[in-house]
Design a protein around this ligand. Structure first.
Ligand code: BES
Ligand code: ZN
Ligand code: ZN
Length: 492
């Protein structure tokens, strides 16, 4: 999708959209249209019961600039939700046959037209993302027609603002692609290769293979990987955006490229969903891309624990005891609780080698998280109130919402094991919390840490504000905003 910003409407804009706030249809809201088109617009609005609700659309045909136009009114709602409005237009027009969409913002009441234009473009670009690579039989009507969006109003500043916003959209779309790829295409080694292009953006990439991880004693991660023909990888991406001695932030992602459950095999129904059990790692990779593309003034290390959880003759068994990199031993009660086994060694590795002050891990860790919060909020567990508040605020601001969950000693006890330092599962009740307590046992004193259980957020069964069914890209905008607001150093 080509996005551009202009001061005036191109002469040949055949498909024209106008953003409308509630209650402005009879006032100045339509002043960018000629009189005749304005009265048609009001009739169309009435016919569609449209009054500028966020994401609502009233479509009609009329004459502007002396020729026939496909015209659309799109609502921004009472909260100036330009992102949602842009997304709604993209959803409506993506396969409509139109190639170019012109969005006229000159008549809107928003105090900052450039910001409104950029938000609209951002929503439209995100909603335009598709993964059609495997659909060889799309008929003409299913094919994407829309190629270009031109936003009119606030152009000079909008083009500047767009550079950073587009970077974030690219990060989100990269994450969605990783999440959407099936597990025969995306496995630990190919995940790494998909991230290689980040080196061109200035990201330093290091990769540990199974031997290197064995030498470091990462027995928990390797125990998960041992049932798979696909060798594991620890992918390390580093973005050094500031020479100033800013605090290093570590992002750690669960990258189980397929989770069969292992010997504690999952039931067949819905197992295909477990291709997106690498959603945490996907969000970390997408965030690194966004940070690098917008040259964020922050030092961030992204670590992805990449494994495939399979049952074979070499797979680990329930009851096996593994020794993690931290030296702590783990009784593996259930081989399907593998995410925490992968994460604990990734967490130990990043603390031992880089001593970050702040760590945020992301994981599709527990089905119990979905039972708790459904598909509206990711679950957040943190050992630091300030970090939790910063993450909540960032999530609220961008729409990747988080809800803080409790932790404490009573929950911690639930994973004590009679034979090892801990077991990898507690009781079913509070399953997301005992999983978080497990991870906490691997966090060094003095480190600010948050664990985001995003099991319900990575994949959507119905379209949302800026996504279609499927991969949402949850986490990228959240982490990018958290870093922009709390970590980036003003070097000016
Ligand atoms: N990847 C799953 C969690 C999951 C389930 C994510 C559904 C998204 C949708 C995880 O590895 C898992 O299987 N967890 C178990 C833990 C249990 C054995 C303690 C679960 O949630 O059932
Ligand atoms: Zn599992
Ligand atoms: Zn899993």
């Amino acid at each position: 999708m080509r996005i551009s910003f202009a001061d005036s409407r191109p002469a040949d804009s055949h498909c024209l959209a106008i953003a409308v706030a509630p209650g402005t249809l009879t006032g100045s809201g339509l002043s960018c249209l000629p009189e005749a088109a304005q009265s048609l617009a009001r009739a169309a609005a009435k016919g569609h019961r449209f009054d500028g609700e966020a994401g609502a659309i009233a479509e009609f045909y009329g004459e502007t600039d002396a020729s026939q136009r496909r015209l659309l009114l799109v609502g921004v709602g009472n909260k100036n939700d330009y992102e949602r409005a842009g997304a709604a237009l993209a959803a409506r027009l993506l396969t409509s046959g139109e190639k170019i969409l012109v969005i006229d913002l000159t008549a809107i009441g928003a105090p900052d037209k450039a910001e409104a234009a950029v938000a609209m473009a951002f929503g439209a670009l995100l909603r335009s993302w598709r993964h059609d690579a495997y659909r060889s039989k799309l008929d003409a009507k299913q094919r994407v027609s829309l190629e270009q969006i031109i936003l009119v109003g606030g152009s000079a500043r909008a083009s500047d603002l767009w550079v950073d916003r587009e970077a974030v959209a690219e990060g989100v779309m990269f994450t969605r692609t990783l999440i959407t790829e099936p597990a025969n295409v995306l496995y630990p080694e190919s995940f790494v290769e998909r991230c290689r292009h980040l080196e061109d953006l200035g990201v330093t990439i290091d990769v540990l293979d199974g031997d290197a991880m064995a030498a470091l004693g990462m027995g928990a991660l390797l125990g998960v990987a041992q049932g798979s023909a696909r060798p594991p990888r620890l992918l390390i991406m580093r973005w050094d955006g500031t020479s100033a001695k800013g605090p290093l932030v570590a992002l750690v992602g669960k990258g189980v490229t397929f989770d069969t459950g292992g010997i504690s095999l999952k039931p067949p129904a819905g197992m295909e969903d477990m291709k997106w059990d690498m959603g945490g790692a996907g969000a970390v990779a997408g965030t690194m891309k966004a940070l690098a593309m917008r040259k964020a003034k922050a030092n961030v290390i992204g670590v992805c624990g990449l494994v495939e959880n399979m049952p074979d003759g070499n797979a680990q068994r329930p009851g096996d005891i593994v020794t993690s990199m931290s030296g702590q031993t783990i009784e593996v009660i259930n081989t399907d609780a593998e995410g925490r086994l992968v994460l604990c060694d990734a967490l130990s590795w990043v603390q031992k080698t880089h001593s970050p002050k702040t760590i945020i891990d992301l994981a599709t860790l527990t089905g119990a998280m979905i039972v708790s919060l459904g598909y509206e909020y990711g679950g957040m567990f943190a050992n630091d109130d300030e970090l939790a508040a910063q993450l909540s605020a960032a999530g609220e601001a961008v729409g990747d919402k988080l809800w803080r969950m409790p932790m404490g000693e009573a929950y911690d006890k639930l994973i004590d094991s009679p034979i090892a330092d801990m077991k990898n599962v507690g009781p079913r009740e509070g399953g997301s919390i005992s999983a978080a307590q497990f991870l906490r046992r691997f966090i060094d004193d003095g480190v600010r840490w948050a664990h985001l259980d995003i099991a319900g957020m990575v994949w959507a069964s119905k379209p949302g504000a800026t996504w279609d069914k499927g991969a949402t890209g949850y986490g990228v905008r959240l982490l990018d905003k958290f870093i922009a607001d709390n970590i980036e150093i003003d070097e000016a």
